[in-house]
Design a protein around this ligand. Structure first.
Ligand code: SAM
Length: 287
């Protein structure tokens, strides 16, 4: 079905551009000519437009220190443009060996061969866990198959997808590109689900912070033996950063913190005197 959507996009492009966008002669070189919608392993080949590539890289906030991986890298346009624009180390994993060879030649022509590498492989087998930026133009069902691996990546990894969402994972940002397609950004959230022994909260002091996480969102409660349980909603995680608000009596508190090596540290109401530390607590047995 998603293959069909990409194919339909190609057919629409043919209708709109009089074959320019989908002409097989526009891609490849004297050694290998590409046919738009050529057979790929799990999805056909269609290129991300250069202009859209630039918009995706901006959406991801790429910096020279990033490590970018494009899964199903086709003719290499995304890693090559990323290296050209940002001087970033960029990798492509592609199943079709002709496309891998073409992308290597394209990188040489663009004079970024020292920054980019392409390897032949299956995106469901190859390791891309060191990426800090991951780019996708694969279709929603392949994105969804990749989701468990993506969620296990380093917190803060930015994932940008051309056109297609990842299952029901709500994007952190989305844009309509100048060509009219959507591009989506997700930031891999730290894992905060569970129980934390938290110290330093005003009026409560020692308590149990229980977090129920749904990707980059969470709600939870603050449970203490000497005060009533306080519930809160709408917590947000951005990579290793998290924030939530709660109400204790007439006072509203806003917590901003970060996860470092399994510890949660932060401050309340931007007041440096209200430093909070939480450590993972043993899970409580539910009754
Ligand atoms: C829609 S194209 C996107 C190409 C490139 N990422 C871009 O945005 O221009 C999808 C690419 O994924 C490749 N592909 C499909 N299944 C794959 C798999 N299991 N492992 C690696 N590459 C795959 C196809 O050969 C094709 O080049």
């Amino acid at each position: 079905m998603h293959t069909n959507r990409i194919l339909l996009g190609c057919l629409a492009a043919i209708a709109l551009t009089g074959m320019v966008a989908c002409s097989s002669t526009n891609y490849g070189d004297d050694q290998f000519q590409l046919r738009m919608a050529a057979h790929g392993k799990d999805i056909i080949w269609m290129p991300t437009k250069v202009e859209t590539t630039h918009e995706m890289l901006t959406l991801a906030g790429v910096k020279s220190t990033d490590i970018l991986y494009d899964l199903g890298s086709g003719d290499g346009v995304i890693p090559i443009e990323a290296a050209k624009l940002y001087g970033v180390r960029a990798y492509g994993i592609e199943y079709n060996p002709d496309l891998v060879a073409l992308s290597i030649r394209n990188a040489e022509r663009a004079k970024v061969q020292n920054l980019v590498s392409f390897r032949r492989g299956d995106i469901f087998v190859e390791d891309f866990s060191q990426a800090t930026v991951l780019t996708l133009y694969l279709g929603e069902s392949l994105n969804t198959r990749l989701m468990p691996k993506i969620l296990a990546m380093q917190p803060g990894t930015r994932v940008v997808s051309n056109t297609f969402r990842i299952d029901s994972w709500i994007p952190d940002r989305e844009i309509k590109t100048r060509s009219g397609d959507m591009a989506y950004l997700w930031v891999v959230p730290a894992k905060v689900d569970g129980s934390w022994a938290i110290n330093g909260l005003p009026r409560v002091d020692k308590a149990n912070l229980v977090i129920r996480q749904k990707k980059q969102f969470f709600d939870g409660s603050i449970q203490s033996p000497n005060s009533r349980t306080i519930h809160f909603e709408d917590g947000r995680i951005n990579g290793n950063q998290l924030e939530f608000e709660y109400q204790d009596g007439a006072t509203k508190y806003s917590f901003k913190g970060q996860i470092t090596t399994g510890q949660l540290t932060g401050i309340l109401n931007n007041d440096p005197k209200l430093q909070i530390v939480a450590k993972r607590a043993a899970p409580q047995l539910s009754r």
